[in-house]
Ligand binder design. Structure first.
Ligand code: SAM
Length: 239
């Protein structure tokens, strides 16, 4: 997958997306990420990228010209109509389902807003998806873009090794994940549940399922409602 990021702060991405699994994905050429400093495309003699909002109000709005020119530069060598995502608290809420869907694209373009956001004409002209990562307001679209790129990239086939597979994970499986334990079997007087040390795979499977059901019911009744419970699930849920 080829990812293009239009931002005023490319340096914010280098640490988070240059480490761990996403770094490995780029080294293995499963993923390439290119950054476009919006300011470099400004034709203003002071390289200005923002202006006062028409109609008044606080803050500044990002002007269309540098963004549209950066976008045109990206499109010179890109596929037909790549999905172009504007990160915005006004957008549709980002979900695991969307991450899965976007991971099938060959190319994605991200536009990170700053200040009070971008001129609406940019959104009307180039944006295909306006996406929010949650009901809170951040200072810029850089962190939301990183969140999305991380979530989408790990769904690209081959990015996660089988040991890191996502099928059982919280949300993706429809349930929140069961508790995980590792060595030592006893730590400061707290023991790992005996069943996990039993070697009985069927018992372990049932314990994990019942824990996942219990935790989801307690913490996320909205998710729990959507699960189709099996006869075994009803039994496992009985106190
Ligand atoms: N004035 C805007 C509003 O009320 O909708 C908020 C602008 S916010 C301070 C600056 C930029 O941060 C936005 O343009 C957007 O790119 C990004 N941003 C902030 N919160 C976000 C969220 N929850 N999800 C995605 N992007 C967000």
């Amino acid at each position: 997958m080829r990812i293009h990021v239009m931002t005023l702060f490319p340096e914010m991405f280098f640490g988070p997306l240059g480490s761990s699994i996403i770094k490995r994905a780029q080294e293995d050429q499963k993923l390439s990420i290119q950054y476009y400093q919006i300011r470099d495309y400004s034709t203003n003699k002071h390289q200005k990228v923002d202006g006062y909002p028409y109609g008044g109000g606080s803050g500044m709005v990002m002007t269309p010209q540098p963004i549209i020119d950066a976008y045109r530069e990206i499109r010179k060598n890109s596929s037909e109509n790549p999905r172009t995502i504007y990160l915005s608290p006004k957008g549709k809420m980002f979900t695991q389902q969307m991450a899965m869907e976007l991971s099938k694209e060959e190319e994605l373009i991200f536009l990170c807003g700053h200040y009070e956001g971008v001129d609406q004409r940019v959104i009307d002209e180039i944006v295909t998806d306006e996406i929010s990562i949650g009901d809170y307001v951040l200072t810029g679209g850089e962190l939301p873009a990183m969140v999305m790129i991380d979530a989408v990239s790990r769904m690209i086939p081959g990015v996660l090794s089988s040991a890191e597979a996502y099928e059982d994970e919280s949300i993706h499986s429809g349930l929140l994940e069961y508790p995980q334990y590792t060595r030592p079997p006893s730590f400061e007087g707290k023991d790992v549940p005996k069943v996990l040390l039993s070697g009985d795979h069927e018992k372990i499977r049932k314990w994990r399922r019942s824990e996942a059901l219990r935790i989801t019911k307690e913490r996320r009744p909205d998710l729990f409602q959507r699960i189709e419970l099996s006869k075994e699930d009803y039994k496992l849920l009985k106190p």
